[in-house]
Design a protein around this ligand. Structure first.
Ligand SMILES: [Fe+2]
Ligand SMILES: [Fe+2]
Length: 137
């Protein structure tokens, strides 16, 4: 499977720390793609490493972002948190379907990760960014 998800400036929120975290998430998703493509004998180790860093960093990023929204009194914080929670649980659900015998499920999993992240940044993260920026003027 080819690389599909590449960060570009259209995804910038204007909050440099958050943008760095998003770039890091994109690179972790790329690591997941590489792990999904790895040979069967390396697969289990590669996947478990990549998924651990995906889960750890996602949770770190979500909590940083939620703290920022809270600090600035973002009115849609709860709805935004729900999107984060739903993502984590969808990832957990899809995890059980991926293995070396099912490369197609791996592709779907990769595509879900990138599609979700890009759509979430473009719509939901930019919404809080615009709100906070507006307040600071
Ligand atoms: Fe978010
Ligand atoms: Fe985000």
């Amino acid at each position: 499977m080819k690389t599909t998800f590449i960060w570009d400036s259209t995804l910038a929120t204007g909050f440099s720390e958050v943008d760095l975290q998003h770039k890091k998430l994109v690179s972790i998703i790329e690591d997941v793609r590489l792990a999904l493509n790895s040979e069967s004998k390396n697969y289990t180790l590669a996947i478990s490493k990549a998924l651990k860093s995906l889960m750890d960093y996602t949770e770190y990023h979500f909590s940083e972002e939620e703290a920022l929204m809270k600090k600035h009194g973002y009115p849609s914080l709860d709805a935004h948190k729900k999107e984060h929670v739903a993502f984590i649980s969808q990832v957990r659900e899809l995890l059980s379907s991926i293995n070396t015998q099912n490369r197609e499920a791996g592709e779907k999993f990769y595509s879900f990760l990138g599609t979700w992240l890009f759509a979430h940044i473009a719509r939901s993260d930019k919404a809080w960014a615009v709100y906070i920026e507006g307040k600071q003027k």
